[in-house]
Design a protein around this ligand. Sequence first.
Ligand SMILES: Nc1ncnc2c1ncn2[C@@H]1O[C@H](COP(=O)(O)OP(=O)(O)OP(=O)(O)O)[C@@H](O)[C@H]1O
Ligand SMILES: [Mg+2]
Length: 407
Amino acid sequence: MIDLVCGDAPRGANYFGREVMLSELRIALQTDNVLLVAPRRFGKTGAMFQLLDQPAAFSPVYMNVQHIHSPQAFIVELIAALLSNSTSRKLIYASAGAMHDAFRWLRDLPESIALGGELGKIKIELRKREELAERWDEVGSDAFSLLAKGEQQTLLMIDEFPIMIQHLLHASEPEAKRCLHWLQRARQLPDSNTRFLFAGSINLLSTLDRHRLVDTALDLRSVRVPPWDSATTKAYVRQIFASRGLELVEGVCEEVLGQVGAPIPYMVALVLRASFERSSHAGWNIDREMVAAAVEEDLLRGPPTAVFMHYRTRIAEYYPGREQAIVRRLLGLVSVADNPVKKETLFTIYRDAQDDGDDDDLLNRFSLLLERMENDVYVRRVDGGYDFYSFLLKRWWRDRFGFQEGR
Ligand SMILES: Nc1ncnc2c1ncn2[C@@H]1O[C@H](COP(=O)(O)OP(=O)(O)OP(=O)(O)O)[C@@H](O)[C@H]1O
Ligand SMILES: [Mg+2]
């Protein structure tokens, strides 16, 4: 039995397939710190939850750092995550107990925390410690050296790390640099007993590259999460229908695949959800036509269209300044094209929107922009040109914005 998850990170058996990627990830973590690379909604958080639930020899700790804007806040989050996890909390207290004068920040915490407090309450207490604000790097290093005393290796999973780095860079570039260098040193401590797994849906390396900081991530080994393949997608559709006790009419799997284009798991889930809702209103079984109508009439034109709106509004957040208008223009053009659009055609639009730089420089910046758009799951390279990654998003975009922005 599996449930259809549409939005939240899937957990347990609801996280379907992915055996190969998960095994690659586990192997990589045996020897390296890892950067889990995938565009939005491919299943990164779901993969981290699989490791959280089946950590093998690790003691796993998960944190989402999307809302963090300063190194101090990061250390509060880190220590709170470690103290709310029973294995790392015991380890930290046992190791600190053996060292008399150090770690005052830890000893001054209320006893309830040593016995296992709630994450929110621990954070409130930690924020009161001046040491954490003034010497965040030393306190953070203390935590790692305390963890190093244990026999079991800690697996520290840091989700949405690139978003935090963007926030830090925005707030203060020197502080962001300090934090990145500190984290790199923490990873490379000779007696470190912590393995790091970073994930996020924006491209960390290109963000760092723009600030000449890419050297702070070169020790990370990348593991990619690809889209599903068609066999996995069909198996998923079969399992979801079977779990709901529904008959799977011939051609439905193919129709789902045809509607989504590249099988991004979230897009598959959206199509299935829309089909189930339509079927329960109509009172008859799902067939090919119903899947097509659910996509055309409900998903692309009904209220769930907010899901797609998010892909458009986030451009303002992640493509600063003039890039925002250029990205919209490029996507408008690609959305109205029946075939993949050649890179040269897209470059002409890019160059027309610029008033500085020679062609070499512009081409370089343009290529980096396309790379980010690929990573952010807007476009992909296909047949020597560029097309929308998601066929669903393409149709939604074309209907709404292709007309004004595609020329
Ligand atoms: N292996 C999977 N099995 C079933 N559904 C999946 C799977 N992977 C992703 N999904 C679908 O994608 C959605 C997002 O999954 P998840 O949160 O793990 O992805 P993510 O890459 O962390 O997304 P984001 O970039 O938004 O953080 C889920 O709600 C589900 O619909
Ligand atoms: Mg996620």
